[in-house]
Design a protein around this ligand. Sequence first.
Ligand SMILES: Nc1nc2c(ncn2[C@@H]2O[C@H](COP(=O)(O)OP(=O)(O)OP(=O)(O)O)[C@@H](O)[C@H]2O)c(=O)[nH]1
Ligand SMILES: [Mg+2]
Length: 483
Amino acid sequence: MDSLENASTAHPVSEPTKSSGLTTIAAIATPLGRGGVGVIRLSGARAHEIACTLTGKAAFTPRMASFCRFYQADGTVVDEGLVLYFKGPHSFTGEDVIELQGHGGMILQNQLLARVFELGAKQASAGEFSYRAFDNDKLDLVQAEAIADAIDATSAAAASSAIRSLSGEFSQKINQLLEQLIHVRLHVEAAIDFPDEEDVDFLSDGVIQAKLEQTQAKIQQVLATAKQGQLLRDGIHVVLAGRPNAGKSSLLNRLAGQERAIVTDVAGTTRDTLQETVVLNGLTLHLTDTAGLRETEDTVERIGIERARTAITQADMLLMVYDVTRDVEEQSTPLQLAEQLFGELPEAKRLLIIANKSDLLSDVADSNLITASQAEISDRGYDQVNVSCETGIGIDELVEVLCSKVGFHPPENSLIARTRHLDALRRTMGHLTEAHEQLTVFQAGELVAESLRQAQNSLGEITGEFSADDLLGKIFGSFCIGK
Ligand SMILES: Nc1nc2c(ncn2[C@@H]2O[C@H](COP(=O)(O)OP(=O)(O)OP(=O)(O)O)[C@@H](O)[C@H]2O)c(=O)[nH]1
Ligand SMILES: [Mg+2]
C-alpha cells in the first residue's frame, strides 16, 4: 500500500534547471523587432529589488501598473514605461515576477536587458519561466506544453485546442483516469491483503474485472481524442513523388494555392526538394515536392533524386503522382509503377495514388483503362484519386481522402496532444491489458497489482507526476526563451 502513496506524490528532481528562488532570471518576452511595446520579464527572489534599483522607486504595489523611467547606473535614462509586479506565489512562475513594459525596439530592449543583468539577474534559458511554473505546481506538464503549442500553432484549430489544454481540460481527463486507476489498485491491494474475507474471493467476484474494463474503455476514448490532438498539432509529412513531368510540382502549387514550384513541360524541371506547409480541412500538411524519379547521367539531377529518395523514406504519406496519358499502360498498372518507383510496394495506409491530367482523357478507351486500374487498386486495399492539376478537378476529393486515410476527423472541442502523450497512453493500455490477463486467466493478484502500478506510472508521465529529468530537459528546452 505504501507504494500507492509514493505513486501519487513523487516529484521529479531536476538538477540543471531547478533554481526556483535561487537565481533571478530575465528575458525579453516579446518578439525582437520594431513594436510599440516590448516586455522584459523577471522572475525570482530579487526581481522586485532589481526593479526598485532600476527605477529609483522604493517599492511597487502588486498588480498595479506604475509608470517609471528606467535608469542606467550613471543616472542616464535607458527607456521609460510601465512596471508590473506580481508577488509570488500569485504569479505565472509562483515566484516574484516583474514585467518591464518599455518600447519595442531592438536596441532599447537589449540595453534594458543588459542593465537588468548588471543589477544581478541572469539570462533565462529556453522554457525556464514555464519550468519554474511547473516546478512550483502552477502548471502541470500538459499545460506547460500547451503554452508552447499555442505559440507554435500552425492552424486556428490547433491554437484553440492548445488553449483548451492550457486551461486544464486535458489534464483533468488524465487526472480522472488516474483516480479511476488508483481506485482499481486499491481494490486489488485489498483483495491481496485480505484474501477470502467473509468467504468472498475479491479477485474472482467480477467487481475488479468490471472496474478494470471500464478503465480500459475510458483510456481507449482518451487515446482516440489524443490521436486527433496529435494530428492537429503536428500535421503530417506528405511527399509528392513520381516520374518526371507527372505533375508533382503542379499539384504542390494547387494545394498551396500559389505558384511555389517551377512548372514546365521539360522533364526533370524540379531538381532539389521543396517544402511548403499548408492547412487544408484543418489538417496541417508539410508538403515536399521532389525531383522526378528516373535513371539519369546528369549529376545535379542525380543528387536531387537521392534527396527525393530520402524524403520518400521519411514520409508519413506518399502521394504517387502519375500522368494518366503516359505513365501507365495495360502492361503496367499504377501499383506496378509504385513498386518500380519505390523499390517495393509501400503499405496501403502510406500510399495515395494520384492519377493526374485526367482532363486529357478524351476517349472512352482511356477512361475504361482508369476504371480498370481503379478496381485493382481498391481490391488490394489501396486508394486512387483522379485529378487534374490543370483544371482543379478532384483536388477537394484528394484532400478528403488524405484526411480520412490518416484518420483525421477532429471533434469540435479537440485537445492538443503530443506523440509523447500518445506513447504514454498506449503503454498504459498495454499494462492494463496485462493486468486484465493476469486477473481473468491466472487470478494472480500480485501480478495484477504490479501491472496496475506500471499503468499508473505511465499515465502519470503525461501530467508530469512521474517524469525523468532528461525528459523534462527535452520538453522545456524546446520552448522559446522568455516563455
Ligand atoms: N493537361 C494537363 N497538364 C498538366 C496537368 N498537370 C501538370 N500538367 C503539365 O505537365 C507538365 C509537367 O508538370 P510539372 O508539375 O512540372 O511536373 P513534375 O512532375 O513536377 O515534373 P518534374 O519536376 O520534371 O519531375 C507541365 O507542362 C504542366 O503544365 C494536368 O492536370 N493537365
Ligand atoms: Mg517538378
